[in-house]
Design a protein around this ligand. Structure first.
Ligand code: KIV
Ligand code: ZN
Length: 515
């Protein structure tokens, strides 16, 4: 029996990026988009073009580069938003404008301050306007999870008549419960007279930990597009996780009347890349992509798996990309091997200097670390790209010592706007002393919200990947740094966060503003 296609719509670069502190720059977004394309994701939501100049540039770059996936930009139901999205997508092989307006009583009354009939007028006009620019238009009823079903039927019928090809039913605040949400999808498909003219999509948030369950229940009830993110990244508790949706549909093919076209072996590499770029670690027991997802601790399980692997394993680790794509480079690997592997990871260097710098960093790392894995290369590429940027603060020298019975002390030299400045500080530990020394120079007046260290690979020679989150005046920035020396990695991460503050990239939040 032939199965329907389940469209996988990835919104890591848009809704995922709305996760506080998960901001990504243009190059980082392109690197992720390339992995998503290799994974054969059907639609990549590349951003919210009107949010900022940076967002616009990212959508445009991705639209001009990625050829095998449809590239989508979000736009509120406003002509200016839609025009900006259309402009960013002009170079796409296949582009989509995704426009939305809130449909729940609470949002219409308190956020939009519009009567339901006025909301319908805005929605219909937005879809018509978008259709004048592009054929592929998606319409979302924001907060559909708390919207009245009769009103949803009315507005959806009209936006389909106006030309929307995909109708998305977001559970914006993660309020839905599987049976009830599945029933909503079923009702909409049954009651809307022109429902067969559009694909119904779902977009679930994870506030109650039900985003994946709700999405799957919707698929069983007729939804044919799922919006999701790598590692479940997203606003608050996140969005439905792509890897869990894809592997559930594949593993329980006996239950689902759909199939995806996803190349599942790219799942783990994509998960690692997103984690490394955003600095959001993946919990070890996370399904599919957690370090323990395929590890068997108990003796009984190990015995069973060794005798016949299906006794305890419902999926094969290699099918989702564990242990693949990990070609090892080392001290003796040459420039050609380095370049080839980096290109296979989807990275291109804009200048020869950038490539030379990356290769030198690789050689330095190979001197300290026996084997260099893809994860090391990804971190090294991030460092190289950061160094190529116009950064206000750069680390020139660091000496941080900790001795038993003595207070740790750090001595640093920073380059600030090209001028070298020196500072010393004592602290509770060498990292604390280093951050204090940096602050003696930077005087950022920010407060540290998060400090996390993760080993990129296994072994004590692993690079430590550090994330630092700083807050100032309600604005949050993340900084990342990687090094085999975690004090250096910490200093790099702190300076990276300060550089993000200095770059001062302000963005509009799509759901904060009205029409
Ligand atoms: O959660 C949500 O409602 C959204 C929409 C903009 C689709 O992200
Ligand atoms: Zn969302």
């Amino acid at each position: 029996m032939s199965k329907d296609r389940l469209i996988i719509f990835d919104t890591t670069l848009r809704d995922g990026e709305q996760s506080p502190g998960a901001t990504m720059d243009r190059d980082e977004k392109l690197r992720i988009a390339k992995v998503l394309e290799r994974m054969r994701v059907d639609v990549i939501e590349a951003g919210f073009a009107i949010a900022s100049q940076g967002d616009f540039e990212s959508v445009k770059l991705i639209a001009n580069t990625i050829k095998d996936s449809t590239i989508c930009s979000l736009a509120r139901a406003k002509e200016s938003d839609i025009d900006r999205a259309g402009e960013a997508l002009a170079g796409a092989n296949s582009g989509r404008i995704h426009t939305f307006i809130a449909t729940s009583p609470i949002h219409m009354e308190h956020k939009l301050r519009l009567a339901p009939d006025e909301v319908i007028v805005h929605a219909v006009n937005a879809v018509k306007h978008a259709r004048n620019l592009i054929d592929d238009v998606e319409f979302s009823c924001e907060d559909a999870g708390r919207s009245d079903i009769d009103f949803l039927c009315r507005i959806i019928e009209q936006v389909i008549n106006a030309g929307a090809r995909t109708i998305n039913i977001p559970d914006t605040v993660g309020y839905a419960i599987p049976g009830q949400y599945g029933n909503t999808i079923k009702q909409l498909l049954e009651r809307i007279p022109n429902a067969d003219k559009a694909i119904f999509s779902v977009h679930c948030h994870n506030d109650l930990g039900l985003a994946v369950a709700n999405s799957l229940e919707a698929v069983l009830n007729g939804a044919r597009q799922v919006e999701c993110t790598i590692n479940g990244l997203g606003e608050r508790a996140g969005n439905a996780s792509l890897e869990e949706i894809v592997m559930a549909v594949r593993t329980r093919a006996d239950l689902f009347p759909v199939e995806t076209h996803i190349n599942t072996t790219e799942i783990v590499p994509a998960s690692r890349l997103v984690s490394s770029i955003t600095g959001f670690p993946v919990q070890p027991n996370k399904a599919i992509v957690g370090a323990n997802a395929f590890a068997h601790e108990s003796g009984i399980h190990q015995d069973g798996v060794l005798k016949h692997r299906e006794t305890y394993e419902i999926m094969r680790a290699e099918d989702v990309g564990w242990n693949t794509n990990r070609m090892v480079l080392g001290k003796h690997s040459g420039r050609a091997a380095f370049r080839a592997r980096v290109e296979e990871l989807g990275v291109t260097f804009e200048t020869n200097e950038e490539l030379n710098d990356a290769f030198q960093r690789f050689k330095d790392l190979a001197d300290k670390k026996h084997e260099i894995f893809d994860e090391d290369l990804q971190a090294l590429i991030s460092d190289t790209k950061q160094a190529a940027e116009d950064e206000r603060f750069k680390l020139v020298y660091l000496d941080a010592a900790s001795k038993t019975g003595e207070t740790p002390e750090a001595h640093i030299i920073l380059s600030v706007d090209g001028k070298e400045v020196e500072a010393r500080a004592k602290g509770a530990g060498p990292v604390d002393a280093t951050f204090k020394a940096i602050e003696n120079v930077a005087k950022s007046e920010s407060s540290l919200q998060l400090y996390s260290v993760n080993a990129i690979t296994s072994g004590t020679d692993s690079q430590g990947e550090v994330t630092v989150r700083l807050e100032k005046g309600g604005r949050i920035v993340n900084g990342h740094g990687a090094d085999v020396d975690i004090i250096s990695a910490s200093a790099k991460a702190y300076l990276n966060a300060l550089n993000h503050f200095a770059a001062g990239l302000e963005r509009a939040h799509p759901q904060a503003a009205d029409v």
